[in-house]
Ligand binder design. Sequence first.
Ligand code: FAD
Length: 499
Amino acid sequence: MTMAHEETEVVVVGAGPVGLMLAGELRLGGAQVTVLERLAEPMRESRASQLNARTMEIFDQRGLLDRLGTVRAEPSGHFGGIPLPVIDIGSAYAGYWKVPQPRTEAMLGAWAAELGADIQWDRELRGLTQTSEHVEAEVTGPRGSTRLRARYLVGCDGEGSLVRRLAGIEFTGHDARRELIRADVTGIDIQPRRFQRFPRGLAIAGRSGADVTRVMLHEFGSRAVERTAPPTYAEVVRSWARVTGEDIIGGTPIWIDVFGDVNRQAVQYRSDRVLLAGDAAHAQLPASGQALNLGVQDAANLGWKLAAQVRGWAAPGLLDSYHAERHPIGAEVLTTVAAQADLLLGNSDSAAVRSVFADLIRLDGTRRYLAETLGGLNVRYDVGPGDHPLLGARLPHGDVLTGGNRTTTGELLRPARGVLLDLAKDADGHDRIRATAQSWRHRVDTVPVKVDGSAALSGLTAALIRPDGHVAWLDPSPEELEPALRRWFGTPTTEAAAR
Ligand SMILES: Cc1cc2nc3c(=O)[nH]c(=O)nc-3n(C[C@H](O)[C@H](O)[C@H](O)COP(=O)(O)OP(=O)(O)OC[C@H]3O[C@@H](n4cnc5c(N)ncnc54)[C@H](O)[C@@H]3O)c2cc1C
C-alpha cells in the first residue's frame, strides 16, 4: 500500500498552548504551518491556570488579551509556599493571572486558525526522518497513514515528547523523587488552606466550583512511586487523614492525579531541522505556573526566527539563537523551581532554610528579584555590544505618541515585525535613522515616536525592537545600527533583489 504525501513548510507537533502560540507566530511571519494533534478534540483538564506578567505582555503585544476575556488577578503569589505580595515591577501586568488552561488554548487555537494555521486533530506523529533538505513526518489518523514533508518540524508534544526521542535529543536531569496527590472531590466540606504545613505533610484545599473541592497533599519523606494508574480515592482519604487528621471518606472524586518534582531539560533545543519548545524541552514541578509561561515564551522567541528561516531572509545564526537564548533561561527556571520544591516539600530538616527565606522575602530587593523572576521579566538576551540595561531586555510597555496619535509600545508590535523607534528630536536625527533603515523597510517599521510615560525610553534617540519585543539595539552607538539590522533582519532588500 502506498502512503499519501502532503507538504507544508513547518510541522508543529502538539496543539497544547505552546504549539498553538507557535503556530500563530509562524503565520504572522508568513510561514505555512500544519499542527498535528493526536487528541480528537481540545483538552478539557484544568492543568495550568496561572499566566505571569511576561505572558500577559506577549498576549498584549499580539492583541490577544481582549480575546481572553476577563482575567482575574490573584491577590498575591508565593515562592515555595511562602507568600509573595504583588509589587510594582515595571509592568502593567505585574502579578499572577488566573486563566484555566483550556481557555488559553481555545483562544490561541482560534487565533492561529484565523491566521491560516492548519490545525489537524486526531492526527498522531509516529515517526520522522530528516534529510539535508527536509524532514518527513509519519502520521496516522482515522483516514489512515500519511507522510507529511516539511522544511522544519517543531516538537511541542509535551513532557513525554516523541519528537525529542526520535531526534535523539538527551533529556538530562532527574525523574520525580517526591510526589503530590491532587483530586477534585464533591460532597466534602473542609476549610480552605493555601499551603498549610502539618508535622507529617503539606495540605492545600480550595473550592474549584460549586460543591467541588480541590485537595492537594504531600507526605513529608514519602518517595515518588512508579504508577500505572492514578491513586484510588481510598488512598487519597488515608493520606489526607495521616496529614491533617480529617476524614474525607464521604466525598466522591471527579478525578485524581499525581505529579512530582521531575526536573529535566533537553540538552539541545535544535537538531538540524527538528526543534523543541515547551514541556518537550523542559519538565518541572508545576510551581507558580512556571511551565506553561516558559513554553509560551519559548514560542514567542522561536516563531519569528523560524518563519524568517523558512521565508529565506534569516541571517546565518538567527535560528540557532533560539537555543542560545532560551536554553539558559530554561535552566534558570528549572533551578528556581527546584528551590521552590525544596521549600515546599522539605520536612522539618529544612525548617531553618524556610525560616531564613521567609525573613529574606520581606526585603524589597528579594521581593523584586523573585517577582521579576516568576514574572519572566528578568530575561536579558545577549544581543551585541553595549551595556544599557534595556539591551536584550523586553521593551517595557508604555504610552507613546506617534503622528499625534496615542498608542502603546505593545500595540506597535502587533504585526510581529521589527520596529525601529525613531525618538530623534531634530530633522537630522530622523533623516539619519530613516536612511539607514530604508533598505529593511519590508521587515522593519520605522516609527517616529514621542515618549509619553515610558521612562525606560527617555533620553534615547532610537531603539530597534525585535518581533518578540526584545530590544536588539539602542543608541548611543549609531554605527552599530546597520550591523544590528543585518544580524536580526537579514540582508537588506535592495541587496537581496540585486542577487
Ligand atoms: C496532567 C497534567 C496536569 C498539570 N497540572 C498543572 C498545574 O496544575 N499547574 C501548572 O502550572 N502546570 C500544570 N501542568 C503543566 C502544563 O499543563 C504544561 O506546562 C503546559 O501544558 C505545557 O504546554 P505544552 O504545549 O508544552 O505541552 P502540552 O500541553 O502537554 O501539549 C502537548 C500536546 O501534544 C500532543 N501530542 C503528544 N504527542 C503527540 C504525537 N505523537 N502526535 C500528535 N500530538 C501529540 C498532546 O496530546 C498534547 O495536546 C500539568 C500538565 C499535565 C500533563
